[in-house]
Design a protein around this ligand. Structure first.
Ligand SMILES: NC(=O)c1ccc[n+]([C@@H]2O[C@H](COP(=O)([O-])OP(=O)(O)OC[C@H]3O[C@@H](n4cnc5c(N)ncnc54)[C@H](OP(=O)(O)O)[C@@H]3O)[C@@H](O)[C@H]2O)c1
Length: 279
């Protein structure tokens, strides 16, 4: 542990909203960072959800958000974005410099969070994605100027347990939303298309989908683990007059890379629109 790094065992964590994303993070804290279950509280308006989280993970549960804030040092805002303003109003009196607020609510900028809480509040905004549920998430982290380097390091550690995380400026969080937030859906469509191709050429559906998904997983691992440019990795499997270059020509005819760029651009613009309150 480097000097100045937070001792995680001494911290108490609150999840305001005990939904899917909160559950993924709770799992990560308990199994990946050895946080004792008694140091974690989750609140939810659904009583059965509280019962499930308590029985499955042994954590404390409650429906009292201000009390959960008072009892904790690290507080995750994990309710739906439309619920965030009411939640902030309820907890604001109990948020002080001793608390780190981590918002995972999509589309809520740091400025909105800062306006609702005390000026010196330590806030970090995170944009995670659904593969965090299988510990393969990708998250953008954006700290407020009042967050400390130890706060940023702590949030990075937590999100690196449920995938990979990187720090970006708040002005680029819509782009993170358009790329890694919406990206799983783009890749699901890609996998479906590859599987359809396999079925078209004679494979049964389960075999085609397994081969397609594993191919995407393997290619992604090669990009991350070799650090090589994707174009270089593509060239390594593209032999002269071979099968892969023939398939690549079909992709280029259809404008695959331009389409991917347009998808990220359109999703980013939509995130910007939603942030400005346009429906
Ligand atoms: N899931 C993802 O992949 C993903 C990705 C990026 C960001 N996020 C963000 O993560 C946040 C949570 O998403 P999620 O998918 O985990 O949502 P979710 O499963 O709907 O979880 C939110 C939970 O909080 C409960 N809740 C509502 N109001 C509350 C209150 N005042 N106090 C305590 N609990 C309350 C909800 O109950 P009700 O259902 O009755 O409202 C629900 O059980 C969202 O802001 C979302 O934008 C999620």
């Amino acid at each position: 542990m480097s000097q100045g790094e937070t001792v995680i065992e001494n911290l108490r964590f609150a999840f305001l909203g005990g939904g899917n994303m909160a559950e993924a993070l709770i799992k990560g804290l308990l199994t990946g960072l050895a946080v004792p279950p008694r140091h974690v509280v989750a609140t939810d308006v659904i009583r059965e959800r509280c019962g499930y989280l308590h029985e499955t993970y042994g954590i404390c549960t409650s429906n009292d958000n201000p009390q959960a804030v008072r009892d904790s040092e690290v507080i995750f805002l994990a309710v739906k974005p439309q619920t965030v303003p009411t939640l902030l109003e309820a907890i604001a009196p109990d948020v002080n410099r001793g608390k780190l607020i981590v918002s995972i609510a999509a589309g809520i900028p740091l400025s909105t969070l800062q306006c609702a809480l005390a000026d010196d509040s330590r806030i970090v905004r995170v944009m995670p994605n659904t593969p965090a549920l299988v510990l393969a998430g990708a998250a953008g982290i954006s700290p407020s100027p009042t967050a400390t380097p130890a706060d940023i390091a702590l949030v990075e550690r937590i999100f690196n347990v449920v995938g990979r995380a990187t720090v970006v400026s708040d002005s680029l969080m819509d782009t993170v939303t358009g790329l890694s937030g919406s990206g799983p859906a783009f890749v699901f469509a890609l996998i479906e298309g590859l599987s359809d191709g396999g079925v078209l050429m004679g494979l049964d559906r389960p075999t085609a989908t397994m081969l397609a998904a594993q191919t995407v997983l393997g290619a992604a691992k090669m990009v991350l683990e070799t650090g090589k440019h994707p174009g270089e990795l593509k060239d390594m499997v593209t032999s002269p007059a071979g099968t892969t270059i023939a398939g690549m020509q079909a992709l280029e005819d259809g404008g695959l890379r331009g389409l991917m760029m347009a998808a990220v651009r359109r999703a980013t613009e939509r995130s910007q629109e939603l942030g400005r309150g346009l429906k």
